[in-house]
Design a protein around this ligand. Structure first.
Ligand code: PA5
Length: 427
C-alpha cells in the first residue's frame, strides 16, 4: 500500500473531483487494458511477465552466475537498465571495491554511454574478475548497447575459450529479433524481452528481474509487491484509488499552469529510482506539446543548491515527496566535550534529524507550491515492486487524462536519424 497525502491550496481537492467526474470510464479502460494499446500492455498483469516459470528460470540462471562469476555486466540503456539499477543500487552495496554484501557478484553497468572514458573504467573494473555479460535490448538497434556488446564480446574472447565465452554471454531481447538470432547462432543463453511491453514498463519482467536476482535481490518479494499493487489499483474505484487520485492531482496542477513535477526524497538510495521515474513520465507523457517535465531532488543535499529556486523562483512546479515510514539504520549524535554550538542535537538520532528536516521542508515548500507525499512502508524489494506498478499504472492514467499515448516515444527518433546519418548507418 502506498499512502498519498496532499499539502495543496484550498479548493484543489474539489478541482480534482471536478476533473475526474464523468471520466471513470478512463480508469475502467486502463484496468481492462485497451485494444489500441494491446502491443504495449502485458505489464498490466504481473502473472503474464513474471509468472512462476519465469521466476524459476531467472533464479536458476542467477545461481549459476553467482557460482561462477565475480561480476555481471548489465548492458542496456533506458528502460533496459533503469529498473534493475534502481533496486540493485538501493538494496545492495558495493562501496567502490570488493562487494560487502553477502552476495559476491558485483553488478557493472555498460551500454548506457558512448563516452570512451567509461569504457576505460569498465575494463579496469573487469580486470582479474570472472564475469558474465547480459545484453538487454528490445529490438537491438540502439547504439549504446549494440556498440558496448560488441567490444565486450571481443574482450570476452580474449579472456575465455570460445565455449566458455558463449556460456558467459546472455541476451535479453524479443523473440525473432537480430539479437535472438545471434544467440541461436552463437549458443548464448536467451531471455525473452516481452514483445508487448515497452522498455520503461519492463521492471517486472526478465529485463529487470534477472540482473536483480544476480545481485541477490529477493525477486519473489518484489513481484509479490507489484502483484499486490496490481490488485489494489484494479479493485479500488474513484478517489479511493491512489493511482487515479495522483493522476488527477497531476492533471489539475498542469491545468493550473504548472509545468514540472519534482520528485524529492530524503532517502538518497532513491538516486537511481529517480532515473527510472523520470524516464517513465518524460517518455510517456511528454508529447504533442503536452506533459509535466519530471525533475528530481536529492535532499537534504540539494536543498543547499536547488532549494532556493523551489522556495523562491519561477512558480512552475509542484513537488512529490517520496517518504519511507520505517528506517532500519540508527545513529545517535553524542554529546561532545568540544564547543561546536550543535548541542541542540545531543542524543538525537539521525533518523529523527532527517525526518525533522523533511517535515520542515514540506511545511516550507507547501507555502509556495503544491506538495504531495507518497509513503511506502520500508525500503525493500516488496516495496520497490509496489512503486514500479503504482507509478506505471498512475502514469498510464495520467497520460489518458492528458490525452496522449503513454506507450510510444516518437520524439526520441529525431536525433537518432541525424546520428545514424553522421555514423553512416543508412536509413
Ligand atoms: O521505454 C522505451 O521503450 C525506451 O526508452 C527504451 O527503453 C530505450 O530506448 C532502450 O531501448 P532498447 O531496449 O531497444 O535498446
Amino acid at each position: 500500500m502506498i499512502k498519498l497525502e496532499a499539502y495543496v491550496p484550498a479548493g484543489t481537492e474539489e478541482k480534482v473531483e471536478q476533473l475526474l467526474r464523468g471520466k471513470e470510464v478512463l480508469l475502467a479502460e486502463a484496468k481492462a487494458g485497451e485494444e489500441k494499446y494491446q502491443d504495449s500492455q502485458d505489464w498490466l498483469d504481473t502473472e503474464i511477465c513474471a509468472g512462476e516459470a519465469q521466476i524459476e528460470r531467472i533464479l536458476k540462471k542467477a545461481a549459476e552466475i553467482q557460482a561462477n562469476a565475480d561480476a555481471f555486466v548489465l548492458i542496456g540503456v533506458g528502460g533496459s537498465n533503469n529498473s534493475a539499477r534502481s533496486v540493485i543500487e538501493a538494496l545492495t552495496e558495493n562501496l567502490d571495491g570488493p562487494a560487502i554484501r553477502t552476495n559476491k557478484v558485483e553488478i557493472i553497468y555498460a551500454g548506457n554511454t558512448l563516452a570512451p572514458h567509461e569504457m576505460t573504467k569498465l575494463f579496469r573494473k573487469l580486470e582479474g574478475k570472472d564475469f558474465y555479460i547480459d545484453c538487454i535490448a528490445k529490438n537491438f538497434e540502439t547504439l549504446e548497447p549494440g556498440s558496448s556488446f560488441r567490444i565486450l564480446r571481443e574482450y570476452m574472447a580474449k579472456r575465455y575459450t570460445q565455449e566458455e565465452a558463449a556460456k558467459r554471454t546472455i541476451a535479453t531481447g524479443t523473440i525473432g529479433s537480430s539479437l535472438h538470432k545471434m544467440c541461436e547462432e552463437q549458443g548464448y543463453d536467451f531471455f525473452d524481452f516481452p514483445l508487448n511491453v515497452g522498455g520503461r514498463y519492463t521492471a517486472i519482467t526478465n529485463v529487470g528481474l534477472l540482473p536483480m536476482a544476480v545481485a541477490g535481490v529477493d525477486i519473489r518479494a518484489l513481484v509479490q509487491g507489484a502483484h499486490d499493487m496490481q490488485v489494489e489499483v484494479h479493485e479500488n474505484e474513484g478517489l479511493a484509488n491512489t493511482a487515479w487520485r495522483y493522476a488527477g492531482l497531476r492533471n489539475v496542477f498542469y491545468g493550473d499552469g504548472l509545468r514540472l513535477e519534482m520528485m524529492s526524497s530524503f532517502e538518497p538510495r532513491f538516486r537511481h529510482f529517480y532515473k527510472w521515474w523520470e524516464q517513465l513520465f518524460a517518455e510517456s507523457e511528454g508529447k504533442d506539446n503536452l506533459g509535466l517535465f519530471p525533475v528530481t531532488g536529492e535532499f537534504s543535499e540539494e536543498l543547499h543548491s536547488v532549494g532556493q529556486f523551489i522556495q523562491d523562483g519561477t512558480p512552475v512546479m509542484f513537488e512529490t515527496f517520496l517518504d519511507v515510514a520505517e528506517t532500519e539504520d540508527s545513529y545517535i549524535v553524542h554529546e561532545s566535550p568540544i564547543v561546536d554550538y550543535f548541542d541542540y542535537l545531543n542524543n538525537k538520532d539521525f533518523r529523527e534529524i532527517n525526518r525533522a528536516a523533511m517535515e520542515a521542508t514540506i511545511k516550507a515548500h507547501s507555502e509556495k507550491l503544491p506538495c504531495l507525499r507518497l509513503t511506502i512502508g520500508k525500503l525493500d524489494a516488496y516495496n520497490f515492486g509496489q512503486l514500479f506498478y503504482f507509478f506505471a499504472f498512475a502514469c498510464y492514467l495520467s497520460c489518458k487524462l492528458m490525452g496522449v499515448n503513454a506507450f510510444n516515444q516518437p520524439g526520441v527518433e529525431a536525433y537518432k536519424v541525424q546520428m545514424f546519418d553522421a555514423l553512416g548507418k543508412g536509413r
